[in-house]
Ligand binder design. Structure first.
Ligand SMILES: CC(C)(COP(=O)(O)OP(=O)(O)OC[C@H]1O[C@@H](n2cnc3c(N)ncnc32)[C@H](O)[C@@H]1OP(=O)(O)O)[C@@H](O)C(=O)NCCC(=O)NCCS
Length: 431
């Protein structure tokens, strides 16, 4: 996507800077070139997520994914480790896949507040600054993945994509899918890093809610960064012409040598076509000395139950994953395509004001326009629920059944049908 704003070039939010300064705290940009400052910042993030001390090499490893982000820290000049911020954030503008295209999303990550400074409104100050900056830069939505589902609704984020952890009893199921025409081969992990990145980028359009990844994300999946792990292996799938179409990182734990009771965990699997996907699943399910396959962070509508003879041997457990926050209703609604026509009046409430208003939404030929109106609303909902429904992952009728969306049933059904997407939205990475 051309011409995305570069978050690094934007000034720090003055409202938050001034409010924190009054409390003796300094809100600062952290420059990637300043090695000691980045190291202190990485240390604070790791501490914030309940990690142990970072080695200097591991701290240095953080600079790659931060090079293209705006990195901010809040500093307390009274603490002894003064180079370590008491709160952290990073953000960048990513092209998020939506039905029929992409949408600039202000991606927010690494939000932490030190245990010594928690519950004093510091996270709120950071989040409100991020949203003000995103809105000022003309970015229509913000996105994040959440450590806890209770944190971000208060800022207008709704859970917009889900993930499933699939557990397969491999002693119970037999492969019942098509035979793939190509070959599965082991590859070096460093080569798999490159292939994973390439395939992720080439398949972005297949996953509504997805954003581009970065090398350290793939190195982490391959056990070469983050939670380093030499047990991780990588295999690729080559099609009949010898072109790589899929790659999988996995690890076997448990007790494979005692009665073949190993547990094969798929750490990442990306495939460009159905043959590659099937071949890599089959490799995992038929692996010797393995009694269970566990695949976290996969699609909720994975083809897996249809690929085995006994679908009850395959169990998903589902969780929220990608959170979305609409900042500009007309721009967000205009950015995607729709499955059906609809004409409704929508009243959106938003405590922070960005999406607040009453909108006439007309959807025809797969495209929507939203214009402000004074007419009576057919549908009333909060920005959280509009954001949750936006990618098509949660039918409006379900949100209505929960009392979250109110209005005329026909209008709710019409907009709900229009918002559906072909597959369930799927963000395959954490950020
Ligand atoms: C989550 C975290 C950033 C919150 O920071 P904080 O400065 O204590 O939060 P604030 O004081 O600004 O609280 C803002 C609001 O969020 C609520 N809140 C904060 N953390 C919460 C949590 N973990 N669960 C539920 N509510 C939470 C507060 O009660 C407060 O509510 P209110 O505005 O309705 O009064 C901090 O606890 C943290 O660093 N946790 C560990 C790392 C983490 O999980 N980060 C999030 C990554 S996605």
């Amino acid at each position: 996507m051309a011409d995305l704003p570069d978050a690094r070039t934007l000034p720090l939010d003055e409202t938050t800077r001034a409010a924190l300064a009054e409390r003796g705290l300094e809100y600062r940009l952290v420059e990637n070139e300043r090695v000691a400052a980045m190291e202190g910042w990485a240390y604070a993030v790791h501490r914030g997520f309940a990690g142990g001390d970072l080695s200097p090499e591991d701290a240095a490893d953080w600079r790659e994914p931060m090079a293209w982000r705006r990195v901010t820290g809040i500093y307390d000049p009274t603490v002894p480790q003064v180079e370590r911020p008491v709160a952290t954030a990073s953000s960048w503008v990513a092209p998020m896949t939506v039905p029929g295209g992409t949408l600039p999303s202000w991606s927010i990550s690494t939000i932490t507040v030190a245990g010594t400074h928690r519950r004093r409104g510091i996270a709120r100050a950071l989040l409100e600054a991020e949203l003000r900056d995103a809105h000022a830069a003309g970015v229509p939505v913000a996105g994040l993945t959440a450590s806890e589902a209770t944190i971000y609704g208060r800022y207008g984020f709704g859970p917009a994509t889900q993930i499933a952890t699939w557990r397969v009893d491999t002693r119970r199921v037999r492969w019942n899918g098509p035979d793939a025409p190509g070959r599965v081969q082991y590859v070096d992990r460093e080569d798999a890093v490159l292939l994973m990145g390439e395939l992720h980028e080439r398949t972005l359009a297949d996953r509504v809610g997805e954003i581009p990844g970065w090398p350290r994300r793939w190195r982490g999946r391959l056990g070469l960064a983050e939670d380093k792990n030499d047990d991780v292996r990588a295999v690729r799938y080559l099609d009949a012409d010898g072109a790589p179409r899929g790659v999988m990182a996995y690890r076997i734990s448990g007790d494979p040598e005692a009665d073949g009771a190993g547990v094969l965990t798929i750490r990442y699997l990306v495939a460009e076509d159905d043959a590659a996907l099937g071949a890599l699943w089959r490799f995992a399910l038929e692996h010797d000395l393995v009694a269970q396959v566990v695949a976290p962070m996969r699609r909720v509508d994975e083809a897996l139950p249809w690929l085995v003879d006994d679908p009850r041997g395959v169990k998903p457990s589902i969780a929220d994953h990608g959170w979305l926050r609409i900042l500009d209703v007309p721009a967000a609604l205009a950015a995607r395509t729709y499955a059906a026509p609809a004409s409704v009046t929508l009243r959106v409430t938003d405590p922070l004001g960005y999406a607040e208003g009453c909108w006439r939404v007309d959807i025809a030929d797969g495209r929507a326009t939203a214009t402000p109106t004074d007419a009576e609303a057919d549908i009333e909902l909060t920005v959280v629920d509009l954001s949750a429904a936006y990618l098509g992952g949660f039918p409006l009728a379900v949100l209505a059944a929960a009392g979250r969306v109110r209005g005329r049933a026909e209008a709710i059904d019409a907009l709900g049908l229009a918002l559906r997407s072909t597959r369930a939205p799927f963000l395959s990475i954490v950020y």
